[in-house]
Design a binder for this molecule. Structure first.
Ligand code: SF4
Ligand code: SF4
Length: 462
């Protein structure tokens, strides 16, 4: 079967990010294929464990996808100090199409695909653009492993997830897609502090997860169980109005956030200090502009945020450097920019910032956030995991809940009925006709007990 069809039928999506359907990327044309093995979020080790254990399969998938997209260069992007990963991939570098090592330093966010593309190719992805705009396709190493499995007809039904922090047995867990967060944490021996908070994802970009019944998806990367007074938790617990009031009250316009912004350093026209200045100009009305839920900043009448400042929300990667690292006053420009973007999306306003810088700022080469310092700053040093190991396989739970939208695009359309028996690997939801999306497969044997607009619930029968 054609590679693209195999990837599509296996439901492969970007495992390390938003879940862009991989068959669409594999259908494109590109000069360079980059494997992203530069995992950079503090505490996360999933990609390192995967890359060290499955280097051969990842190399095979790189060659297959590289051939399909017409790539003349294959680059394995990895942190220079991930020696165990480099040792594992090195025997697989030579071949019909050689694979280059693209080693990067130990900084955050080296694994951001736009940063990685610049590091290993020297190309700058345009504002609001994607790597393909500069002839590069980037696939995370876990995604490439799923591609290799798809080549053997094996669909995506499981996910490797880092579980770290205040649990009895931290590590990487190989779990069925659709298992709940609570069961994954239980598999890790449970929380050792009942008052702890759970972050889904990394400490920089992850979200607070109060409802632990939410299922694992194909893009779930980690559950971090952290003390309730850890800064990663407290900054996310701040009421939204407080974030804005503090911004209004104390931002001194030092512009440290802009000078260290990972996207500004790539030459993009994002300046978080100007977003904060726009709030200052708007005054108290900016806080009044919070919508009824208190969540999002919809531009209220009488508040003029300059359009190009508001549009900076589209250029923000939400990397969190401005908030967790740069701002001496602990303010959250990224939150403000996130709200600007949400407001523009709600008003269906397109991004007017579409420049194509040829080069990054000179300072990009030396303004770096050292990951070890970041770990210290976030109070996470006591929770570090080993760089390599064998994931613990978690047995089938009593039930799984398969979200119909685990990817960029339209929700998948169920192909099964309530009461129907399904087997692991069976397609239970397909891509709607003509839409961008991904198939969903049963992650265990069982019976379909419920289907709604959001998910399919399968109950175990053995
Ligand atoms: S989160 Fe902050 S540092 Fe990161 S891209 Fe957005 S504005 Fe820049
Ligand atoms: S770093 Fe903080 S205080 Fe300085 S301009 Fe940015 S938000 Fe304001």
């Amino acid at each position: 079967m054609d590679l693209v069809a195999s990837i599509r039928d296996a439901g492969v999506v970007g495992a390390g990010g938003a879940g862009f359907p991989t068959h669409v990327k594999a259908s494109s044309r590109a000069e360079v294929l980059v494997a992203n093995g530069a995992e950079c979020e503090p505490l996360l080790v999933t990609d390192q464990w995967i890359a060290a254990r499955h280097a051969r399969e990842i190399a095979e998938a790189m060659r297959a996808v590289g051939t399909r997209v017409g790539a003349r260069r294959l680059v394995f992007g990895v942190k220079a100090h991930y020696h165990h990963v480099i040792d594992a991939i090195r025997p697989h570098l030579d071949g019909d199409t050689p694979i280059e090592l693209g080693c990067v330093g130990d900084f955050y966010p080296a694994g951001d695909e736009q940063v990685l593309v610049h590091e290993v190719t020297g190309r700058v992805v345009p504002e609001g653009g994607i790597p393909l705009d500069v002839g590069v396709v980037v696939n995370n190493v876990a995604t490439l492993l799923n591609v290799r499995r798809a080549m053997d007809g094996v669909p995506v039904t499981r996910k490797d997830v880092t579980v770290a922090g205040l649990v009895a047995i931290p590590g990487v867990y190989d779990v069925p897609v659709g298992i709940s967060a609570a069961e994954v944490i239980a598999a890790a021996g449970g929380m050792t502090d009942e008052a702890a908070a759970v972050i889904e994802g990394g400490p920089m970009m992850g979200m607070l997860r109060d409802d632990l019944s939410v299922p694992v998806t194909k893009t779930t990367g980690a559950y971090l169980v952290l003390p309730s007074d850890n800064p990663v938790v407290t900054v996310r617990r701040n009421p939204h109005a407080t974030v804005f009031r503090r911004a209004l009250a104390v931002c001194c316009q030092c512009r440290m956030c802009t000078d260290q912004c990972s996207r500004a350093l790539l030459g993009h026209r994002i300046a978080p200090h100007l977003a904060m200045r726009a709030l200052l100009a708007a005054g108290a009305q900016a806080v009044d502009g919070l919508d009824a839920s208190g969540h999002r900043f919809a531009q209220p009448s009488g508040v003029e945020i300059p359009p190009k400042v508001r549009a900076m929300g589209y250029l923000c990667s939400q990397c969190g450097i401005c908030e967790a690292w740069a701002c001496p006053l602990g303010l959250s420009p990224r939150y403000v920019l996130g709200d600007f973007k949400a407001g523009m999306l709600a008003e269906r306003l397109a991004n007017p910032l579409r420049d194509r810088p040829d080069t990054a700022l000179e300072a990009q080469a030396w303004i770096r956030v050292p990951k070890p310092r970041l770990v210290e700053r976030l109070g996470l040093k006591g929770f570090l995991l080993p760089h390599e190991g064998v994931p613990v396989v978690v047995a089938d739970p009593w039930e799984v809940r398969l979200n119909l939208k685990q990817h960029v695009g339209a929700p998948a359309t169920p192909t099964v009925q309530v009461g129907q028996r399904v087997t692991v690997g069976q397609c239970v939801a397909r891509i709607p006709d003509g839409a961008l999306g991904a198939c969903i497969h049963a992650s265990m044997n069982g019976v379909v007990r419920a289907i709604d607009a959001v998910s399919i619930r399968i109950e175990r029968t053995h």
